[in-house]
Design a protein around this ligand. Structure first.
Ligand code: HEC
Ligand code: HEC
Length: 356
């Protein structure tokens, strides 16, 4: 080989070996609990990383996420303002800022519906929000920043507020390769954190794993929950074979017979049978997530059970799976209602609430 070509090859080789090593964050592995679905809703352009999750967690709880940099707490708002870990990332009725559980955005306008719990969302590919309008957590996060019923801000203010905290740029660098703060990176990191919120260690899970016994009352409630002639809850809220305790589909469950909510499932599909239909929420941690139903009309589980027992409203739109609608409800005895409630209370995963 002529000398000159040899030198040339050496130079090319040296240049190539000087190239900055390709950026690589640490992959975050979702631990799929026993019996849970194995299909995960993780978009290809936002792979989970340990560094992304850590950044998302910090942002989730940061009151300046709404783009306000001052110290007046009434003007701050984070995801946790409405999604409180103590309430399974739902709002609860004892929220210090929104007593009763109906949030008001920074514009002073109330949210269209009450919040939903942020658990096990990575297993839901069918639709988020009460009306199932989107399958993208990233899109929900982006909408939160500008929605008048939530942060009522704009992307530029949000990015500027986050950038002004010197703790963040190094975290963005670790998560995304450069310290640049962008609205898409903020949304991606928060979505990654939300996907890690998995609740799968309730008393009922331990029972399924053979680690604890249920009481006779709880067992009887379980039987009622999963039988049509009993309380008939399982078609929409799952059960032993559907460990999410929801199908993640929308139904009209007979709450009303007049429908004028412009944000129900009908507003998404245009199908008249979807008037008054909403997503069946998960019943995991249900004892923690009052107020109940899309409009928070029930403050206690007792009120919910009274509704399913004898308070159903008939209309042409009631889902056919509400088999007992012509009787006004499932008409259980007070003892059976108590059993059903005892079973629902076994769905609370205490460790989850403490760990996150
Ligand atoms: C002002 C209160 C408020 C704030 C702040 C807020 N949310 Fe929500 N969130 C809601 C309400 C209300 C809903 C239900 C909206 C609907 O379906 O009508 C909701 C729904 C959701 C859902 C859908 C859950 C499901 O099971 O379908 C996700 C995901 C979510 N929020 C994530 C977030 C994240 C992440 C943040 C922070 C960037 C945030 N939210 C900030 C009130 C809030
Ligand atoms: C036909 C499907 C269907 C059946 C059957 C059904 N539900 Fe529901 N459930 C829903 C839907 C849909 C919602 C939300 C409705 C709304 O907010 O408008 C809901 C809401 C709830 C809520 C409130 C959840 C929250 O986070 O606000 C509880 C608790 C509940 N159901 C328990 C039960 C129990 C117990 C049974 C059996 C007695 C039952 N459901 C039967 C569809 C159903």
């Amino acid at each position: 080989m002529p000398k000159r070509i040899c030198y040339l090859l050496c130079i090319i080789f040296l240049l190539a070996s000087c190239k900055k090593p390709e950026f690589k964050a640490t992959p975050y592995e979702i631990q799929i609990p026993q019996h849970f679905p194995t299909i995960l809703n993780i978009p290809a352009d936002n792979p989970m990383t340990v560094e992304g999750v850590a950044l998302g967690k910090k942002l989730f709880y940061d009151g300046h996420l709404c783009g306000y940099t001052g110290s007046d707490e009434a003007l701050q708002m984070s995801c946790a303002t409405c999604h409180d870990p103590q309430h399974s990332f739902d709002i609860g009725t004892d929220n210090p800022r929104f007593p009763g559980g109906q949030p008001v955005g920074l514009s002073g306008q109330a949210t269209h519906h009450v919040p939903l719990p942020l658990i096990n969302l990575v297993f839901n590919s069918k639709g988020y929000l009460w009306n199932g309008a989107t399958t993208s957590i990233e899109d929900i996060v982006l909408a939160t920043f500008t929605d008048p019923t939530e942060m009522n801000s704009n992307y530029a203010s949000v990015v500027a507020a986050i950038r002004s905290n010197s703790a963040y740029p190094p975290m963005f660098e670790k998560a995304f390769g450069t310290p640049e703060v962008t609205i898409d990176r903020i949304a991606k990191a928060i979505a990654q954190y939300v996907r890690t919120l998995i609740s799968a260690n309730s008393k009922f899970d331990k029972y399924l794993r053979g680690q604890v016994q249920l009481t006779p009352q709880e067992l009887n409630g379980y039987v009622l929950f999963t039988t049509e002639e009993g309380a008939d809850c399982f078609h929409c809220h799952g059960g032993g074979g559907t460990p999410l305790f929801t199908t993640n589909l929308c139904y009209n469950n007979g709450l009303d017979n007049v429908f004028n909510d412009p944000h129900d499932r009908f507003s998404v599909t245009g199908d008249p049978m979807d008037h008054g239909a909403y997503k069946a929420p998960t019943l995991r941690n249900i004892a923690l997530t009052a107020p109940y139903m899309h409009d928070g009309r029930f403050k206690t589980l007792d009120e919910v059970l009274e509704f399913y027992n004898a308070g159903l409203q008939n209309s042409p739109y009631v889902n056919p799976l509400m088999h007992h609608v012509n009787d006004g409800g499932v008409l259980l005895t007070p003892n059976q209602i108590a059993d059903l409630k005892a079973f629902l209370e076994t769905l609370t995963g205490e460790e989850f609430i403490v760990d996150n």
